[in-house]
Write a protein that binds this ligand. Sequence first.
Ligand SMILES: Nc1ncnc2c1ncn2[C@@H]1O[C@H](COP(=O)(O)OP(=O)(O)O)[C@@H](O)[C@H]1O
Ligand SMILES: CC(=O)N[C@@H](CCC(=O)OP(=O)(O)O)C(=O)O
Length: 288
Amino acid sequence: MTPTETAQVLVEALPYIRQFAGKSIVVKLGGAAIDRESDLALAQDVLLLRSVGVRCVLVHGGGPQVDTMLRRVGKEPEFRDGLRVTDEETLEIVRMVLVGKINRDLVATINSQAGAEPVAVGVSGEDAGLLTVTPADRALGFVGNVTGVRAELLHRLLDDGLTPVVSTIGANAEGQPYNVNADEAARAIAVAMQAEKIVYLTAVPGLLEDPKDENTLVHRLTSAELRDRIEHESVGKGMIPKLKACADAVDQGVGFAHIIDGRVHHSLLIELLTDHGVGTMVKREASW
Ligand SMILES: Nc1ncnc2c1ncn2[C@@H]1O[C@H](COP(=O)(O)OP(=O)(O)O)[C@@H](O)[C@H]1O
Ligand SMILES: CC(=O)N[C@@H](CCC(=O)OP(=O)(O)O)C(=O)O
């Protein structure tokens, strides 16, 4: 790339920087997309966005990593409608993996790229009542539905120039921890923060017409069109909570929801700051 072409890329970003400066963006990193190299690129993206005034909150999952740890201790993972059946021992392992391992690794990765000023702060939904939950369904054990988000805690961290990295364990009114699906927790956080966008980073290019063919990407659709697809046979588990969360997010006031490929380095920056839309974009009204 010539120096002029490099300058052109920066100039292309200008209207997007203007559009998003001062706005909140929730980025949900799925466990399926967590990987040392792509996490490093994501850390750089989040720091670059922060430095141009975008208020980024990173929410992470870790389903596959929890599965690995459960199997290591001789427990077979069990799911109902995409949600993990969570007994007391499973809850302990989910907390260990999400809060104790993945959150720490992401905070360290962001801070390793932050130069002299480490800015990433790890928080669990249990901290200071960030995520309040009620039990989802007796058969699921300690799985919670989010009923409250103390968004002001995240805004306060952002006001101080810090970047929150959120693990999705919630707590009920008695302080009992519950496991929360990370797609749903990210949606609740984005709605409570009145975020401009929610971006789901996962291990596929976006919603696919045919999950076996990456060339069948659905580029854009409305929340109503998305809801029609959730029941479709081409949508398998894993995608279901994500699609529901995208439709709910935009219907509840978030400007746009995106599902993009977290395996592609810098996909977040490409989506936000360039003319090249990637992945699947969801909006409330069909006014493209
Ligand atoms: N129609 C579809 N389009 C895209 N992905 C699909 C579809 N149906 C099922 N999937 C699966 O959903 C997965 C994403 O969900 P999941 O594995 O839970 O990711 P994450 O850890 O990012 O939340 C994809 O890797 C893919 O295998
Ligand atoms: C209740 C429930 O299912 N919780 C999820 C939380 C992690 C998660 O959602 O991780 P991904 O984003 O990688 O799927 C779980 O235990 O796997």
